[in-house]
Design a protein around this ligand. Sequence first.
Ligand code: CP
Ligand code: NVA
Length: 302
Amino acid sequence: MRQKDLISFADYSAEDLWELLETALQLKREHRAGIAHKMLAGKTLAMIFQKPSLRTRVSFEVGMTQLGGHAIYLGPDDIKLGQRETTEDIAKVLSLYCDAIMARVFGHEIVEELARYADVPVINGLSDLLHPCQILGDLLTVYEKKRRIEGLKLAWIGDGNNVCNSWLEAGPKLGMEIVVACPAGYEPNAKILEQARQLGRVEIVHDPKRAAQGADILYTDVWTSMGQEREAEERRKKFRDFQINQELLKLAKPDAIVMHCLPAHYDEEITHEVAHGPQSVIFDEAENRLHAQKAVLALLMR
Ligand code: CP
Ligand code: NVA
């Protein structure tokens, strides 16, 4: 892998993605076997958060510990990104102390700016536009459950949001078919969609049943993402029919898996019954965030 950063998958090839997944599988095997892999001993990751987080924060911090390094949490009130000093200066100063920066931000341009000015790798831990680390953990989960990625059909049910956009950047590159079912006006990013269409089979529909038909994977995420709280009421009305429930699951393949990046809002985008049912892999996804992120850290920081 030659990339300095992981901001989006746009500049990652299928080979790069497989290198990340194979590294993650190897690190997971070693971790389970109790084999230490302290390849980042003495190294420090700065973690900037403009938004809340459970999985991303904890898995990056634990990942750095397991790799022998250290992580520093910089919450919204610590450095006041965008208020106290420029993003450029933050990137330059952190590069003097730390060996990599992970950032969860509102505007995608903030993480791009960090990458532009930092001398060290910058990792996108979610922006309003993308969530690449989530998709790496998810691809690992799909591969473990299905033993392949190519040729699988993923039905995205709900908002064409950051997680959906990252699926569109990665899935078709690895030969997946993606059908997005969303209410009109909530489609994924137009530029990402256009690029995804050039890479493989991608379709946008407004009927969740049509998307779910024969799917190998049913995926959903919250109707209202972080930063959109003021739209929550309106979204609840518009997304009412975009729920993964038993009825929708029956339309997918009998061995279909159900995925959700979490956190979930039960009885909105997914029922508790399905999310905690036998076809759900939501906690495998959460676990795999750790192994996937360790692969990102190991490959970018080595
Ligand atoms: N899926 C995910 O990124 O979770 P957090 O928001 O808790 O980090
Ligand atoms: N789309 C969600 C993902 C959370 C992990 C959000 O941005 O809030």
